[in-house]
Design a protein around this ligand. Structure first.
Ligand code: 45D
Length: 163
């Protein structure tokens, strides 16, 4: 798969618009984008991707054991770049594995393993605008936006800490 250059101003503009939302609006926007993408999210053929499914799954399994409230807090912590054990684990993942991890979270929301968005949740117009803009991009551009978006989240693993 080829990716658009992250230096593409259109990509950067979309990443910025996403990051400029407040934290809960970012979570809401990411959720609605996932819902709109539906079945177009297809994991690349094994070996064709730099994602590490086992590592994404390992972190996912730890998060799914938490209470719904703590799961939400963890996702807010990622966006806020809070520094704790779990956000450091996230920070040690490759960009594509980070994206795979978010994808696992959204799948977990589908079966309520992960805290779901309330059925009556009304996204703000700011959320709608970001969702619509990103939905209008082609698939490869979307993936580039997402990777740039999820890449700086979380915390840097501490030197020598070993995850
Ligand atoms: O009560 O090459 C609110 C891979 C407030 C494979 C909330 C891939 C109200 C390799 C905050 C709304 C699969 C990685 C609650 C490619 C309230 C590869 C909670 C492609 C509860 C290409 C909100 C991957 C919450 C792709 C918890 C395209 C929101 C992945 C959580 C795309 C939102 C992934 C989440 C996407 C959104 C993930 C978890 C779009 C995740 C979105």
């Amino acid at each position: 798969m080829t990716f658009t250059q992250a230096s593409d101003p259109n990509i950067q503009e979309n990443v910025k618009a996403f990051q400029n939302l407040n934290v809960d609006d970012q979570l809401a926007a990411f959720w609605f984008i996932y819902k709109q993408m539906g079945s177009s999210v297809t994991p690349a053929a094994p070996g064709a991707s730099t994602a590490s499914p086992d590592i994404a799954e390992g972190l996912f399994n730890q998060i799914k054991e938490k209470s719904h409230e703590d799961q939400l807090q963890f996702q807010r912590d990622l966006i806020n770049k809070a520094d704790n054990e779990y956000t450091r684990m996230y920070g040690s993942l490759s960009d594509t594995t980070k994206l795979l991890f978010w994808y696992r979270l959204s799948q977990g929301m589908d079966d309520t393993t992960i805290i779901p968005v309330p059925a009556d949740y009304q996204p703000s117009s700011e959320v709608q605008a970001v969702v619509n803009k990103i939905a209008s991009l082609d698939y490869e551009q979307q993936i580039t936006v997402f990777r740039d978006y999820v890449s700086p989240m979380g915390a840097q693993p501490k030197a020598g800490a070993g995850v």
